[in-house]
Design a protein around this ligand. Structure first.
Ligand code: 13P
Length: 241
């Protein structure tokens, strides 16, 4: 089975729209990541899709204004959490912060969706594998708890230049990077069988090209997930494989 995750990012503007979007996209096989603010109402609107958060903080509770903990997310019925999205890294999130978030998520029993990916400049300099390896190794540093919990673990390869650009990576390029991620995990002799997925300008028209590759375990979808007909079509396509 392939994984399809809808990352709504900072959309939509109102709770009313969020509820409507959730109801219109509520199919099994889909994991929806709405903004924190709408998690509870979206949860109540869903009968089939599962719930993800877009971020978390690594402390359990205390004086951390504006932050949200793994435990708080869990108490709302959240099952997955996106960690280290490039849009957060661009705002100053470091590899070390990402590692702490992955650990906090796994300690609380949330399934982390760890995002890795290179920028256009790094890609042009031939640094894709180096960047992805660095991001992965540092996030894995604290991961012993994940292994002992034997929780699923998701790595999302999202090259920055492909996000929101209508310029997706080619399935062949994605397969190469995903193979590198799997090899790296194997070499670390970690007993993980991760799902490795792709994100970046995926829509209902190109989803088939990615999903037909057996190396690609699923898709992380941004813009197209705000259009129910698109995301439902992507889930339908994923069920073919
Ligand atoms: P787009 O699908 O809009 O390119 O966004 C991808 C993404 O960042 C999902 O997390």
């Amino acid at each position: 089975m392939k994984l399809i995750i809808a990352n709504w990012k900072m959309n939509p503007e109102t709770e009313f729209e969020a509820i409507n979007l959730a109801k219109a996209s509520d199919v099994s096989g889909l994991i929806i990541a709405p903004p924190f603010l709408f998690l509870e109402e979206v949860k109540h609107s869903l009968k089939n899709a599962k719930l993800a958060a877009q971020d978390l903080f690594w402390e359990k509770l205390g004086a951390y204004t504006g932050e949200v903990s793994a435990e708080e997310l869990k108490s709302l019925g959240v099952e997955y959490v996106i960690v280290g999205h490039s849009e957060r890294r661009a705002l100053g999130e470091t590899d070390e912060m990402v590692a702490k978030k992955v650990k906090a998520a796994s300690d609380a029993g949330l399934i982390p969706v760890l995002c890795v990916g290179e920028s256009a400049v790094e890609r042009a300099s031939g640094l894709t594998e180096e960047v992805v390896t660095r991001q992965l190794l540092s996030a894995l540093e604290l991961l012993k708890s994940l292994i002992s919990n034997s929780l699923p673990f998701i790595v999302a390869y999202e090259p920055l230049w492909a996000i929101g650009s209508h310029n997706p990576a080619t399935p062949q390029d994605v397969v190469k990077v995903l193979q590198c991620i799997r090899t790296l995990l194997k070499h670390l002799t970690l007993d993980l069988s991760p799902f490795v997925i792709y994100g970046g300008s995926v829509d209902a028209l190109n989803a088939h090209d990615f999903l037909k590759e057996k190396e690609i375990d699923g898709l992380l979808v941004g813009g197209a997930s705000l259009k129910p007909d698109q995301i439902i079509r992507i889930v339908e396509i994923s069920s073919l494989f």
